[in-house]
Design a protein around this ligand. Structure first.
Ligand code: GLP
Length: 313
């Protein structure tokens, strides 16, 4: 079943990160013990930087927030510089007032005969916390979410998984060589992720455009596990213009904004790179109102409501 995933496109990654951070801070202020699902990788770094700024400058408190990370490499101790435990503490947890007991990541160092029970305990802990309120996701080059490699089912749960060569290749430079990249990881399952009440997938850069397109418009398939998000119902993609692959995702319209019936002038102007300050803020707003419509053959048509355009112009 096809369900259009709303997307929000921003002129750059920093603006997308700010918007997601704002959503998270609104959530935390209304629910101080909110449960966040967190991701690693380069993509959420700007988001974490913005959350740290909000903590320091706006008094955003994480004192009661609970977090569950998506995944961890097998065989890496917490203090390994490439462990996700280390990544999260370096890039977020050390800089905010979160309580150590509220931080959860799967362990990559469980004895083999305890891994299954550990994964089950992780699932139980998420459930006991009341489920994930807001899940942050990146996307791997092969379309994985967490470490749910191609072949992972939509109902999969937290488990040990073998990493595929694309994923290990992408991590090779961080580890020094592909041989040093762990062959396995522990990851939340797709089914675990899909139970989150709200999901934000972030993707930035031209190198993500093709896989983003497949996740958004391709068939729902275990070969691109991010495509399962089409069945979620409360997922939003936050993209910069490069990851949105503008020519693929944005409606074809005239370069002359006057001729674009049904599409706001500020957005057209913004899209043409004509970012006056006013257009810029309007485009930011309008991007939030832009919902894609799949027409079955992969082409996307955009439509903004005139009511909204009138109200804000
Ligand atoms: C790893 C992580 C994913 C992440 C992906 C993309 O595979 N397990 O959660 O989304 O990398 O990383 P990056 O954001 O650096 O492109």
């Amino acid at each position: 079943m096809f369900m259009a995933i709303p997307l929000k496109m921003f002129s750059d990654a920093a603006q997308a990160a700010e918007q997601v951070a704002r959503e998270l801070s609104d959530l935390i202020r209304s629910k101080p013990n909110a449960v966040l699902g967190l991701a690693t990788g380069g993509t959420p770094l700007l988001l974490y930087r913005e959350l740290i700024r909000m903590h320091r400058e706006e008094g955003l408190s994480f004192a009661q927030v609970r977090t569950f990370n998506l995944d961890e490499y097998e065989g890496l101790a917490k203090d390994h510089v490439e462990s996700y435990w280390h990544f999260m503490h370096q890039n977020l947890f050390h800089h905010i007032d979160i309580a150590a007991e509220n931080i959860h990541l799967p362990s990559g160092t469980m004895p083999a005969d305890e891994v299954e029970a550990h994964c089950q305990a992780y699932e139980d802990a998420i459930r006991a916390a009341g489920g994930i309120d807001y899940q942050i996701l990146g996307i791997g080059r092969n379309g994985h979410i967490g470490f749910n490699e191609p072949g992972s089912t939509a109902t999969s749960r937290t488990r040990r998984i073998e990493l595929c060569s694309v994923t290990r290749g992408d991590a090779a430079s961080a580890f020094g060589s592909i041989e040093q990249v762990p062959s396995h990881a522990i990851t939340m399952g797709c089914g675990t992720i899909l139970e989150a009440k709200c999901i934000a997938l972030l993707a930035f850069g031209e190198h993500k455009a093709e896989i983003v397109k497949q996740a958004l418009h391709g068939p729902v398939s275990d070969q691109v596990t991010a495509s399962f998000l089409q069945q979620h119902g409360n997922t939003t993609f936050f993209l910069d213009a490069a990851a949105a692959g503008e020519s693929q995702l944005w409606p074809k319209y005239s370069r002359n904004p006057q001729q674009n019936h049904g599409i706001s002038r500020p957005l057209c102007a913004a899209h043409q790179g004509n970012f006056s300050k006013r257009h810029h803020s309007l485009a930011k707003f309008f991007s939030a109102e832009f919902f894609q419509i799949g027409n079955g053959n992969g082409t996307i048509q955009g439509k903004l409501s005139w009511a909204c355009a009138t109200q804000c112009a």
